[in-house]
Write a protein that binds this ligand. Structure first.
Ligand SMILES: [Mn+2]
Length: 312
């Protein structure tokens, strides 16, 4: 079991134009300071830090027609889409260092486009406290970091829905949500209507992370491109305080590790977003360090003593 030659590209996306609290723009640096590149190198990967994408500043304005900072969000996502698609075409595994979660529009639309071009099946694992399935009509705030999944599924402003040139960018069948525990009423109806598979915290409490992940990873095959979109607010705020939108009752440390390890076991991880880390709210960079720890597990560093020579 070796991924020695696998090339991964770190792409910093320092923005919080989609968020309701400022500070996620410092996320990429916090992840670097926490040692992300070195940790991945020590896992045997060929790591290239591509530096940061440079997009528009955060104008910090009120919503216009139900959206905050739509022109800026669109610009950032156009840039993210281009870079992520280029890295995938180059045969590398892009890791997006966010930045707020609106960036999932650019990165996942690029992944979906790459899958269409290469005949791959796509599975997106959306690890988040929130469904991020709001629309201008449903959202109270207009913050676009609450809308990326809706946009990817074809519901949102043209400027975002059409990024990547294929509408919708993904089918609701290609995405699975895990850890959800805070959804607006209208948003909840819309998620059900669209038929998105959601494993919320109630499900995880009752069935356990192991069974949840078995179901979330069911049906993958060697031709599947697995994308993980990790919103740091997925984690319980007790272990991950450095987020703008904490919600109590998320996975604890061991549950989060098991989740990452089971994804690693598939050997299919092909792209990753790490988003919503807000160093302005963190305590001694512990949330960034935890994210690095989890990413190591995602790339196969097991914290267990069990030998892996035999399956099951
Ligand atoms: Mn999110």
């Amino acid at each position: 079991m070796s991924n020695t030659s696998m090339g991964v590209s770190l792409i910093g996306v320092p923005t919080d134009v989609g968020a309701g609290v400022r500070g996620a723009r410092m996320g990429p640096e916090a992840l670097r300071v926490a040692g992300l590149a070195l940790a991945l190198q020590q896992s045997g990967l060929d790591v290239r830090d591509c530096g940061n994408i440079r997009g528009p500043a955060n104008p910090w304005q009120e919503p216009v027609d139900g959206y905050r900072h739509l022109p800026e969000v669109a610009q950032w996502n156009e840039l993210v889409h281009k870079v992520v698609h280029f890295e995938l075409q180059s045969g590398r595994l892009p890791i997006m260092l966010g930045g707020d979660h609106c960036l999932g529009i650019g990165s996942i639309s690029a992944v979906a486009r790459h899958c269409r071009e290469t005949g791959k099946k796509l599975r997106v694992l959306w690890l988040d406290a929130h469904a991020d399935f709001n629309t201008a009509a449903l959202t109270p705030s207009g913050n676009i970091h609450g809308m990326p999944v809706a946009c990817l599924c074809g519901h949102g402003p043209r400027e975002l829905v059409e990024i990547g040139g294929h509408v919708p960018a993904i089918s609701p069948r290609e995405i699975v949500q895990i850890g959800i525990r805070s959804v607006d009423a209208g948003e909840k109806r819309f998620v059900h209507e669209m038929g998105i598979e959601v494993f919320d915290m109630r499900f995880i409490d009752e069935m356990g992370i192991r069974h949840t992940m078995e179901m979330a990873l069911d049906g993958l095959d060697a031709n599947t491109h697995l994308h993980v979109s990790l919103d740091v607010d997925f984690l319980d705020p007790v272990i991950a305080p450095g987020v703008g939108t904490t919600v109590r009752g998320g996975p604890n440390y061991r549950e989060a590790q098991l989740c990452m390890e089971m994804i690693a076991d598939t050997g299919l991880l092909a792209s990753l977003d790490i988003v919503e880390l807000n160093p302005a709210l963190d305590v001694r960079n512990q949330t960034a360090e935890l994210a690095v720890d989890l990413v190591e597990s995602l790339f196969g560093k097991s914290t267990l003593m069990r030998q892996v020579t035999d399956a099951t």
